[in-house]
Design a protein around this ligand. Structure first.
Ligand SMILES: [Zn+2]
Length: 65
């Protein structure tokens, strides 16, 4: 994952979705594909660490030896 560009740069998803589905990321205020199908309140740069945090947390941890 490359370092995030400056927040003045829109998320790549904002460039390929309809303009009325674009909104500010709730994390960094960057323009991102926020609404509608495939939209997210977080840009991909803010979403990445969140998804990484979900990974181990959602796994069932067995206590059996
Ligand atoms: Zn963001």
């Amino acid at each position: 994952m490359p370092a995030p560009p400056p927040i003045t740069e829109p998320d790549p998803s904002a460039l390929v979705c309809p303009g009325d589905k674009v909104g500010p990321c709730t994390g960094c205020q960057r323009k991102t594909h926020r609404y509608g199908i495939g939209g997210s309140p977080l840009c991909q740069w803010c979403m990445e660490p969140v998804k990484a945090g979900w990974g181990p947390a959602v796994r069932f941890v067995s206590t059996r030896p």
